[in-house]
Each structure stands twice: as C-alpha cells, then as structure tokens.
Design a protein around this ligand. Sequence first.
Ligand SMILES: [Zn+2]
Length: 69
Amino acid sequence: MPIYEYRCKQCEQEFEKYVPGASTVVACPGCASEQVMRKLSVFGLKTAGAFQPSAMSGGGCCGGGCSCH
Ligand SMILES: [Zn+2]
C-alpha cells in the first residue's frame, strides 16, 4: 500500500497521502497547492533501518576497509 509523506512548498505543511498510481496528482490539504515534495515513504524508512545494522556488523575489526583479513 503506497503511502507517501509530502511537504508543501507553499505553506510547509507535511502530510501523508495514499498514492495508488504514479500519475496521481497530489495536492496540499491545507492550501490545495500542487507544489509538494515527496519525502521517503514509511516502508522505505523501515527497509533502510533493517538494512543498516547488518551492514555495520560486517567486517569485524575494521569493517572490511583494510587489508588485515
Ligand atoms: Zn500547502
């Protein structure tokens, strides 16, 4: 279910909207402006949060950046 977070460029209000298709027009609920920026989706943030710990734990002593392995 594609729910995205947006921020209005006109009144700087932040809101979430369900966007079933890429062609969906998103307008600000406060001022009805279509000048909005899409932020990272909730699902994207969860995926990134689950990915980072495993990436950080790899490599042991130096993270794999040196030639000691
Ligand atoms: Zn607005």
